[in-house]
Design a protein around this ligand. Sequence first.
Ligand code: ASP
Length: 358
Amino acid sequence: MNYKIVRLNTAAKTEIEHAVLIIYTGGTLGMAYDPQGALVPFNFGQILEKIPNLNNLNISITVISFPEPIDSSNINLQHWVDMAYIIYENYDTYDGFVVLHGTDTMAYSASMLSYMLKGLNKPVIFTGAQLPISEMRSDARENLVTSLEIAITKANGKPVVPEVCIFFNHMLLRGNRAKKVQSVHFDAFESENYPALAESGIIIDFNYASIRPYEEGKHLRYYNQLDNHVMVLKLFPGITKSVIESCIKIKKLKGIILETYGSGNSPSEDWFLKLMEKAVKMGVLVLNVSQCNGGRVIQGRYQTSKDLKRIGVLSGGDITTEAAVTKMMFLLANEPDENELKRKLITPLAGEMSVLNH
Ligand code: ASP
């Protein structure tokens, strides 16, 4: 890919102490209105003009921009491979990484990168904005500047947050636990099932107990294979047999994220269970994920989920749909052993679920 690279030295007079790589993918943060009044992405040079106080940070910043910045609704597998590769290639040169990304699919990208970057020991902070940086009331400046600060924060010379996160509206969340829950207000993300990793106010208040600790001697490994033969099947009262039948007939389908009710419940009608069982027997992985933002799947708590367990549906515990879809895509491409694949699906890979499920 033909990336654009910009180097900036934001240090005023003093010697530069930190280096951050920004990957600019697009999103509202860097959008402007076109003549028809629709928001379209613009280039990074124009973004920097809007944050003159960046010069007060003592950071050397390099920006790698996607050739064509995109609305994150257009994110695809190749973009994830590109982001992971850029981080992998530049890993030793920088203290941390900030990924500027649209909010719509940020939770998917942050989840996927948490799996693709195995052995990560440095901060990778995703951020963006609800209002373009050119707008007076934009949240972009605060989100970007604090993300840069978090990316360089160290204690005893070691990064404080060596994991993939989302920073948004004063909150630092584990990336694979976050969900976009708001499309209008500034508090766009939530992490119902895992505590925030930090909150920014006058100071940045880190929640050390919840942050994955830095581990001496870890080496970064990057995976570049993904398999998107998966689907999300969201249940709703009245769903018809023909809908489920069509789903399991999808060519090459390898995995279904079954979005169930409450603590993992589904209709107990015979036709439904028989079709799900047929899918499992055909070798399709079915992972039970709750439609609720908080809480978890407990297969067997109600009769309406006991049968799912019996027919071989796997429990996603407290994983989000975003983290589940990306995990399935990642494991399908990288775990050839079927039993191992199933085991890994229900076990935390990168802190995306709690251990207490099934
Ligand atoms: N549609 C935009 C995107 O995800 C929304 C945003 O950035 O907030 O790219």
